[in-house]
Design a protein around this ligand. Structure first.
Ligand code: NAP
Length: 255
């Protein structure tokens, strides 16, 4: 058995991170690079500073511009990855969007678009990623990015709650079927993190105050708070973990 800190290293592995152009995805991509992985960053926009940071960490970086809601995205992303680096071993399904409106006014468009990105894309990309790993007789790691709304209802975010609750269940389903094939599937449920996704909440003084009062840690999370959990779940340190959703939430769920 390797010394324990060696188990957290992911040298020689290739990590695909969706939604890596900013926010939590950019931070998790950098964490995996710092732990040794080459990075395939998927989003509709570039992030030049992430490329610089990954390369400064001594790792290779490939940006793949894709809309993960597109049914052809999984093949395009994984083909590009194979052409540059060979097959991927780690997949982080992080790309996500949110739409806010009262339930009585929630539109079909805001329902479908969120479900397609937050849930459908994770299903399709995980399936293609796992099929290719199995064909290569390799092991791998899938990490889904869930939410506090995988556990709770929330308000004004019908499609977001539905997608994240379903992703929590899908994580367990995939773990049950893929563990025997050598693929670990787990999830991280971030709490309230300061990114574009929560800009409206932080800009509303009453909501901001109510949220902060309920977080035992007494602060919003930062993208850097995701780094430890993603490296743990992407590395051999978590080889016997399957189907679990780890909260990184400043204690929100414990309250
Ligand atoms: P963010 O700052 O809004 O970033 C979202 C990322 O997803 C961006 O890189 C965006 O890139 C990408 N993305 C969105 N739609 C896409 C699409 N159709 N195709 C490809 N990429 C797409 O959000 P975040 O806060 O970092 O959230 C990341 C994940 O964590 C999401 O799944 C979110 O639900 C989850 N989460 C966040 C919080 C929080 O408090 N912030 C809490 C719980 C869970 P482009 O716009 O360049 O495509």
């Amino acid at each position: 058995m390797k010394p324990v800190l060696e188990l957290f290293r992911v040298e020689g592995r290739v990590a695909v991170v969706t939604g890596a152009s900013r926010g939590l995805g950019a931070s998790m991509a950098l964490a995996l690079a710092e732990a040794g992985a080459d990075i395939v960053a998927v989003a509709r926009n570039d992030n030049a500073s992430l490329k610089l940071s990954v390369e400064s960490a001594g790792r290779k970086f490939l940006a793949v511009k894709a809309d993960v809601a597109d049914a052809n995205a999984p093949s395009a992303i994984l083909d590009a990855c194979e052409a540059s680096f060979g097959g991927a071993n780690i997949l982080v399904n992080n790309a996500g969007i949110i739409r806010r409106a009262p339930f009585l006014e929630f539109t079909g468009k805001d329902w479908q678009e969120v479900m397609d990105v937050n849930l459908g894309a994770a299903f399709r990309l995980s399936q293609e990623f796992a099929r290719r790993l199995v064909a290569r007789h390799e092991k791998g790691k899938i990490i889904n990015i869930a939410s506090m709304l995988s556990y709770q209802g929330g308000v004004r975010v019908a499609s977001y709650t539905a997608s994240k609750s379903a992703l929590y269940g899908l994580t367990m389903l995939m773990a049950n079927e893929l563990a025997p094939l050598g693929i670990n599937v787990n999830a991280i449920a971030p709490g309230y993190m300061a990114t574009d996704n929560t800009e409206q909440l932080r800009a509303d003084p009453a909501r901001n105050k109510a949220i902060l009062e309920r977080i035992p840690a007494g602060r919003w999370g930062s993208p850097d708070d995701m780094k430890g959990a993603v490296v743990f779940l992407g590395s051999s340190a978590s080889d016997y973990m399957h189907g679990f959703t780890v909260a990184v939430d400043g204690g929100w769920l414990a309250r």
